[in-house]
Design a protein around this ligand. Structure first.
Ligand SMILES: Cc1cc2nc3c(=O)[nH]c(=O)nc-3n(C[C@H](O)[C@H](O)[C@H](O)COP(=O)(O)OP(=O)(O)OC[C@H]3O[C@@H](n4cnc5c(N)ncnc54)[C@H](O)[C@@H]3O)c2cc1C
Length: 409
């Protein structure tokens, strides 16, 4: 990579001030790279400010489990690693998968995936209904013969973390420009020369587009079109009844069809999984508030796992966007003219990976390869390769689903 040749030119322009862009800016700046981050609104305006930020590390493939574990290491040790107040709360986290006849083999796959996590240093274990009842006596577990439990996983204050990462990047020397929209990527035909912005042209040796569901709009001028769809996804915040005063675990509960986490004292953030809850939208024109029927839907879904939540009340909620890739795995790496990179397509599961993706992309740009993860499976061009099979699993332990949860595990 020919970066740093002109001392007056920013070496890397990062487009997008979410957890991925801010983390990348921080990692580049720490490595002595002159980096400018361009955010059209404010840092954490996109998915990173509307996320659930559940921090599961349970994946059925090694590259994503590695990114999740590396991300957890940063979030869980935030004051020492990044600086500032802690952002992670380790409530414990449970993952359920359908083990009915329609999904035969999932129980054994779960055991093997827990073993994969253990190999990566994650202290997960498989638990049965008895232990689940001990952990969460107020929940019903008759439909869960086996689940994965991560005692030191939990959730993150996503806005504090994303903004904190931007502050750390600036302290390390990165320029952070809010309110500056990138209108397109410029190139001399064979390699990038910079970006066109609402504040004028910024020359750059390399450009990384980490603009979530807006990524294709930024790439359009460079003649690159990636198969990224913007899907609208809602979450609601509920007041728990007083009998559920103590915080519960984080649940990625594909059996009950919910993901949820504690949200401030006495409150729970919940999202309802499933394709019927995910609408393709224009990322610049979508309804940012909950649909009128969503509060009742969310309460009923929560009550499937925790019956007393039928008496919860609705505080508020919002809709955010998933940047869906066709195989639900991210797109990380070079695209189009030399020097242009993308980090997008996180498909509703990118927050936890953000710090790790930032490090991996910084290493790719500076050293030619990431030190701790093989990025090749994430190559953005894979969908156009001859023989590419969208349905080919990334491991032999990928779960079968009897109904759509929104993304794979
Ligand atoms: C409701 C919901 C729940 C979720 N739950 C989880 C979860 O539990 N766990 C998990 O790991 N992930 C979860 N996710 C996914 C996760 O939040 C995202 O994958 C992650 O935040 C994406 O970060 P990002 O930096 O890639 O993109 P974003 O945070 O979307 O940042 C992209 C930024 O680019 C900016 N931008 C766009 N266009 C331009 C332009 N032209 N010029 C300059 N800037 C531009 C935007 O303003 C935005 O700030 C959830 C997402 C949603 C919506």
């Amino acid at each position: 990579m020919r970066i740093g040749a002109n001392a007056n030119v920013t070496e890397v322009a990062v487009v997008g001030g979410g957890i991925v862009g801010t983390s990348l800016a921080w990692h580049l700046a720490k490595r002595g790279v002159r980096v400018t981050l361009l955010e059209r609104a404010t840092v954490a305006f996109g998915g990173s400010g509307r996320t659930g930020a559940l921090l599961r590390r349970h994946y059925s493939n090694e590259p994503e489990a590695t990114l999740a574990q590396k991300g957890w290491e940063t979030f869980a040790h935030w004051p020492e690693v990044v600086g500032g107040a802690p952002v992670h709360t380790a409530t414990g986290l449970v993952v359920t998968v359908d083990t009915s006849a329609a999904c035969v083999g999932n129980a054994e796959k779960l055991r093997q995936n827990v073993a994969l996590q253990n190999r990566l240093g994650i202290p997960a274990r498989a638990v049965g209904p008895e232990e689940l009842r001990e952990l969460q006596p107020f929940a019903t577990w008759d439909d869960v013969p086996i689940a994965a439990y991560e005692a030191d996983s939990g959730y993150v204050d996503a806005v504090a973390a994303t903004r904190g990462m931007a502050v750390a990047a600036a302290a390390a020397g990165a320029k952070i420009r809010e309110g500056c929209a990138v209108l397109g990527v410029t190139s001399d035909g064979s390699r990038v020369t910079g970006v066109r912005t609402t504040d004028g042209v910024l020359a750059a040796d390399a450009v990384v587009v980490a603009a979530g569901p807006w990524t294709n709009r930024v790439l359009a001028g460079a003649g690159v079109a990636l198969p990224i769809a913007a899907l609208r996804v809602q979450v609601a915040v509920l007041h728990r009844p007083l009998e559920l005063e103590a915080p519960h675990l984080v649940y990625l509960d594909t059996v009950a069809g919910i993901f949820c986490r504690p949200w401030a004292p006495g409150r729970t953030l919940v999202g309802v999984g499933g394709g019927d809850q995910h609408d393709p939208v224009d990322p610049d024109a979508y309804a940012e508030q909950n649909d009128p029927g969503y509060p009742a839907l969310a309460i009923a879904a929560m009550a499937r796992r925790i019956p007393a939540m039928a008496r919860a009340s609705y505080l508020g909620g919002h809709a955010g966007l998933y940047d869906m890739s066709p195989d639900t795995h991210p797109m990380l790496g070079p695209v189009g003219p030399e020097g242009l990179h993308v980090a997008a397509g996180f498909s509703g599961a990118g927050f936890k990976k953000g710090p790790a993706v930032g490090q991996a992309m910084a290493e790719l740009i500076v050293a030619g390869r990431a030190s701790f993860v093989d990025l090749r499976p994430f190559r953005p061009g894979r969908f156009a390769e001859p023989g590419f099979d969208l349905d080919r699993p990334w491991s032999s332990t990928e779960y079968a689903f009897s109904r759509d949860f929104g993304h794979r595990l």
